[in-house]
Design a protein around this ligand. Structure first.
Ligand code: ZN
Length: 441
């Protein structure tokens, strides 16, 4: 009994000493205020999603106010919702969103296209789920069927009326345009600016890099390094979680970081390791900036003295605009080329060369399902399809002639697959009902 009492007393004593002496054991855990915790939760939502949600909710608010006023002024075509918004239940939301999605218009009074309507709807779902914290799924709940059907109807109507989404998607860069860029001196290694632009072009194409954030985050001799393997000099890119645009979270947790290796190719003027070496040779000594891409010198005097780059990084926006600036004078009206084009060029070229989706995904860092929209047919692909269909499903002689030659070229460009010396040749045979892929090793 006394022992028990001692134990209890000792317990309270120890508790007290911990309370009066905050240093004891208080280093281990963080202490966050409610605001700080909310701030962290908010930061988990990508800024673009947040902006889109605000945009959609603002449209909804404007519509609701107009609707509400009309009803107050004697319009009987709608019901009045008198409750506060946080009290609205599934039926209220179903009822309101059904009307909203059918009545929503742009500022100029015209209709939205199907894609935008769907965006507005899914941002309202985001708002319900994350801002209002409602247990409501507009896409699945039976109570929201009317709202879903209204969206379906509005999307079909918009498409029938010829409202197509704006094509602001960037196109892959055809090999002919790349050639033209060299011929016209827009890709070159002869000046600080051109050398940097050319390096960005080939880094983007070879390593399938994303936009400015990823480029801006590249540090000298960190993510990108020259290495020697099996007597070959390789430029190796190791993806870094911190600079990846789509940062790790629950959804991205298990997507492995990619490592891509670029070997020398037959044409050393245009080969990435050579361009990279030219560039880093020009890096100023005692450079204190970590960034790989440095602001270029503009004055002829400094260039003649061999000083090509400054001790300062290139801005994110300048990096973002490089492909647009390179291609602008040569671009027709239908294509739009941006840094994103390089990523698509990489995926489409490897696909054309016959690489499997999984292999392409290792270079681009996509999951193999997300890669589909990056792979785009070019004229030759369409020609092959037409030949295959005309010959009743026989693979045309054309594809047999061109396929091996292209695979070798692409294998030289992408080392991930050259690491495996067995050269593969794939033939797609399109029959009437299905497609057969044959792999020759
Ligand atoms: Zn080379």
């Amino acid at each position: 009994m006394k022992d028990d009492l001692d134990l209890v007393l000792r317990y309270f004593e120890s508790k007290e000493s911990a309370a009066t002496n905050p240093a004891a054991g208080s280093d281990r855990f963080a202490t966050l205020s409610t605001d700080e915790i909310q701030g962290k939760l908010d930061a988990a939502i990508p800024p673009n999603t947040r902006r889109k949600e605000l945009w959609a909710v603002r449209i909804f608010d404007q519509w609701f106010e107009q609707r509400h006023n009309r009803i107050l002024h004697g319009d009987t075509t709608g019901l009045l919702v008198l409750k506060e918004r946080h009290e609205w239940n599934a039926c209220d939301w179903n009822y309101l969103l059904k009307m909203f999605i059918l009545e929503v218009r742009k500022v100029d009074g015209t209709k939205y296209n199907a894609t935008t309507l769907r965006d507005i709807f899914s941002m309202m779902q985001h708002y319900l789920q994350y801002t209002l914290k409602k247990e409501l799924n507009l896409w699945k709940d039976a109570a929201c069927r009317d709202a879903r059907m209204a969206l379906d109807a509005a999307m079909k109507e918009a498409t029938r009326e010829g409202l197509v989404p704006g094509t602001n998607a960037s196109s892959p860069i055809p090999a002919t345009l790349e050639e033209e860029l060299w011929q016209k001196g827009r890709l070159a290694t002869t000046s600080p600016k051109l050398l940097l632009f050319t390096l960005v072009f080939y880094l983007g194409k070879q390593f399938a890099l994303r936009g400015g954030t990823e480029l801006h985050g590249l540090r000298y001799s960190c993510e990108i390094q020259l290495q020697h393997e099996d007597g070959q000099e390789l430029l190796v890119y190791c993806e870094n979680r911190a600079t990846k645009t789509n940062n790790a979270g629950i959804k991205r947790r298990f997507v492995p970081l990619k490592t891509v290796k670029a070997s020398h190719t037959a044409d050393h003027d245009r080969c990435l390791p050579c361009i990279y070496k030219l560039y880093v040779d020009k890096r100023p000594e005692n450079c204190t900036v970590q960034n790989l891409f440095l602001a270029w010198m503009r004055s002829d005097a400094s260039i003649q003295q061999g000083r090509w780059y400054q001790n300062a990084p290139v801005g994110r926006h300048s990096l973002d605009g490089i492909v647009r600036e390179l291609t602008a004078p040569l671009t027709g009206v239908t294509q739009r080329y941006t840094n994103q084009s390089l990523r698509k060029t990489c995926a489409s070229t490897l696909h054309r060369a016959g690489f499997a989706r999984e292999d392409i995904a290792r270079v681009t860092g996509h999951s193999s399902t997300a890669i589909e929209r990056y792979i785009q047919f070019d004229v030759q692909d369409h020609v092959k399809v037409s030949h295959a269909l005309q010959s009743g499903g026989q693979s045309s002689s054309l594809s047999i002639d061109t396929e091996p030659e292209r695979s070798v070229e692409a294998m030289e460009q992408s080392n991930v697959v050259t690491a495996n010396p067995a050269k593969k040749m794939r033939l797609n045979i399109n029959g009437n009902t299905n497609t057969v892929e044959i792999v020759f090793e």
